[in-house]
Design a protein around this ligand. Structure first.
Ligand SMILES: Nc1ncnc2c1ncn2[C@@H]1O[C@H](COP(=O)(O)OP(=O)(O)O)[C@@H](O)[C@H]1O
Ligand SMILES: Cc1ncc(COP(=O)(O)O)c(N)n1
Length: 268
């Protein structure tokens, strides 16, 4: 059987992040990708020009349609836009047995908001407790926990603060740590995965490529794809890190701004 993976996220018309990144990642990793669209964005390499949420009822109906008939081996969430959508999705996830990867998307690479400020509390108290793995970047960690991360010790404190909200594992993505070779992390892109007992540091060379649109979505979808295949969380995260690193290395120019990672790099 081909494992089935569901993404609950926003559409990126430019095809680099969101639902489009998720489905391409799933195809590249050999699972059957399915989608619940929460919002539609008008987006390109220059930023987000507009965003429109779907009604809660439409999100619920898509989710039920997929889960009740087809079934899922893993779920990934991305842009959820509003408190009402966060709460509705959290409730659906709590009633689903499959592992859940929560990417608590807050803002786009260009700084455009993808989540209403008043939804943060629902993310903390409703969404994170439903997560098998939560994958905040450093800005999202600060927004959610108040912890400011400047080095690897900060990442450890941030992970502890995220775990207090109830996800089984926290993956703190250090992609936004300064790439100064003199600093902790230095010329590496370092992520920390922990469940509060085990600690796994994932290190890859920091790539000098500005075309990184979609990194977070790609990583979270790759983790969900690994979990759907039956991998344990540390193995799924390790494989996903390897996939996203290759995709960033092959990221390419599109439009006048930040281009996407290359989801198809392993086929070229
Ligand atoms: N320049 C880079 N070189 C290599 N890996 C990177 C680079 N930038 C980000 N990453 C990795 O990409 C993944 C996504 O991280 P990040 O970019 O921080 O997330 P987000 O897209 O949510 O902001 C992480 O594994 C991170 O370490
Ligand atoms: C619809 C949508 N969802 C998520 C992101 C974040 O992208 P990234 O993966 O680069 O953090 C985005 N820019 N647009």
């Amino acid at each position: 059987m081909i494992p089935r993976v569901l993404t609950v996220a926003g559409s990126d018309s430019g095809g680099g992040a969101g639902i489009q990144a998720d489905l391409k990642t799933m195809l590249a990793l050999g699972v059957h990708g399915m989608s619940v669209i929460t919002a539609v964005t008008a987006q390109n390499s220059l930023g987000v020009q507009g965003a429109w949420e779907l009604p809660v009822e439409a999100v619920r109906a898509q989710y039920r349609a997929v889960v009740d008939d087809i079934g899922v081996q893993a779920v990934k969430t991305g842009m959820l836009s509003s408190a009402a959508l966060v709460e509705a999705v959290a409730e659906l996830l709590a009633a689903t047995e499959a592992p859940v990867v929560v990417d608590p998307v807050g803002v786009s690479k260009h700084g455009d908001p993808l989540l209403a400020a008043e939804a943060l509390d629902s993310v903390r108290t409703r969404l994170l407790p439903a997560a098998t793995v939560a994958t905040p970047n450093l800005d999202e960690v600060t927004q959610l926990t108040g912890v400011l991360v400047e080095d690897e010790d900060g990442m450890r404190r941030a992970a502890g603060a995220i775990l207090e909200f109830g996800p089984r594992w926290a993956l703190i993505k250090g992609g936004h740590l300064p790439g100064d070779p003199g600093r902790a992390g230095g010329n590496q892109a370092v992520d920390l995965l922990t469940d509060g007992t085990e600690e796994h540091w994932l290190r890859a060379p920091r790539l000098d490529n500005r075309h990184t649109h979609g990194t977070g979505c790609t990583l979270a979808s790759a983790i969900a794809s690994g979990l759907a295949r039956g991998l344990a969380v540390p193995e799924a995260v390790r494989a996903a890190k390897e996939y996203v690193t290759g995709a960033i290395a092959a990221g390419f120019a599109l439009g006048a701004g930040i281009g996407p990672v290359d989801h198809g790099w392993r086929f070229r």
